[in-house]
Unconditional design. Sequence first.
Length: 117
Amino acid sequence: MTTPYYQDRWITCTPDALRVRGYYFPWGTKTIPYTAIRSVRRVEMGALTGQGRIWGTGHPRYWASLDPGRMSKTTAFVLDLGRRVRPFLTPDDPDAVAAVLRERVPPGAVVEGGGRR
C-alpha cells in the first residue's frame, strides 16, 4: 500500500480515496473514491449540532462515523456523494484533510463551501 496523504485513528486519505474506519456496524470501513465526492461542507459543531454524537444519526440525512473523541472536536465535514445520506466526518486535523480534498476531488466539486476546485 502507498503512503497515505493523511491518517488518524478513523480516517485515512489515500491517493485515490477517503477510507473511514468504523463507518458501518460493527466496525466496517467505508471507502469513498474522491471521484464520487460532489461537494464537501466544513461545519462547526456544538452541543446540539453533532458534537455529542459518537456514532450514527440524530437526523436521517447525515451519518456520523464512529469517533469516541468527537466531543472534544469542533469541526466536521459533510460529504455530498449524490445519495440521500451524507457522511459526517470529524478528522483530528481538519485543515490537513481539507487540503487533501481540495487537491483530490474532481474539478467542479465544491470544497468547504468556499468555491469550486
